[in-house]
Design a protein. Structure first.
Length: 143
């Protein structure tokens, strides 16, 4: 079992926000990342979020697609968009998505904005990993 994820309150939903008008509150919180947008189907169902993140390590910009299968009950799947990670990159799931936390650590009051923030951290560590001889920096958890 993984440890509980700590997050800035601005990246979480209250019980009321999670229950009533969730998508309005999700969109509001996602504005912290203006390059990201929610995407949906013709019937109005939100199915993904897409955007780009710049890293402070090297200033690279990475496209990201966040797939929202069974959201908010399951961890969103984070995929590179328009770039391919080094094949030896750790902290990825078998489907190629980025591991920003264990699936068991996801909670329904977490937001897409939190997933974006965690992805930004992953990208910073990825760039350091590429530069330092493939040693993943910082704390890690087993998969």
């Amino acid at each position: 079992m993984g440890r509980e994820i700590e997050a800035d309150r601005d990246l979480l939903l209250t019980a009321s926000e999670a229950q009533f008008n969730r998508w309005r509150h999700e969109a509001e919180k996602l504005r912290m990342f203006p390059a990201f947008a929610l995407l949906g189907t013709r019937d109005g169902q939100i199915t993904a979020a897409e955007g780009a993140l710049d890293t402070q390590v090297s200033g690279n910009t990475y496209g990201i697609r966040i797939v929202l299968d069974n959201y908010p009950y399951s961890l969103p799947r984070i995929f590179p968009k328009g770039w391919t990670p080094n094949p030896a990159t750790p902290h990825r799931f078998t489907d190629g998505s980025l591991c920003i936390m264990r699936t068991s650590q996801w909670r329904t009051h977490f937001t897409i904005a939190l997933a974006v923030a965690k992805t930004a951290i992953w990208l910073g560590k990825y760039e350091i990993w590429r530069r330092n001889g493939h040693v993943w920096p910082g704390l890690q958890q087993r998969h």
